[in-house]
Design a protein around this ligand. Structure first.
Ligand code: SF4
Ligand code: SF4
Length: 94
């Protein structure tokens, strides 16, 4: 294959990959904005396990009451708490 054709083919392939990556990133961003984890308060035992697991600060503990608060605004939909909550209190709400 001539060098110029090879270069053009490479450029096209790189453009395709870049476009696909952009589409995937946009879709993930859209999912993260709309799909937040929710907590079933009837199931939650307030064990606090999720506080150390969530890297985004969605769980905090009230120092006075020791109640574990959940703020879905901080959730980026990583799914860690859903997979690891011992009593399956965390779920996606869609
Ligand atoms: S890990 Fe589950 S049960 Fe424990 S505090 Fe978090 S949501 Fe509640
Ligand atoms: S899904 Fe991820 S970001 Fe959202 S609350 Fe659970 S651990 Fe935190």
């Amino acid at each position: 294959m001539p060098a110029t054709l090879e270069k053009s083919t490479e450029t096209i392939e790189n453009t395709k990959k870049s476009n696909i990556s952009s589409l995937i990133e946009a879709e993930l961003k859209s999912i993260r904005q709309t799909r937040k984890a929710s907590r079933d308060e009837r199931r939650c035992t307030q064990c606090g396990y999720c506080i150390t697991l969530c890297d985004y600060g969605a769980f905090t503990v009230d120092q006075k009451t020791r109640i574990v608060n959940y703020d879905s605004e901080n959730c980026v939909s990583c799914g860690i708490c859903i997979k690891t909550c011992p009593v399956r209190a965390m779920n996606y709400n869609i």
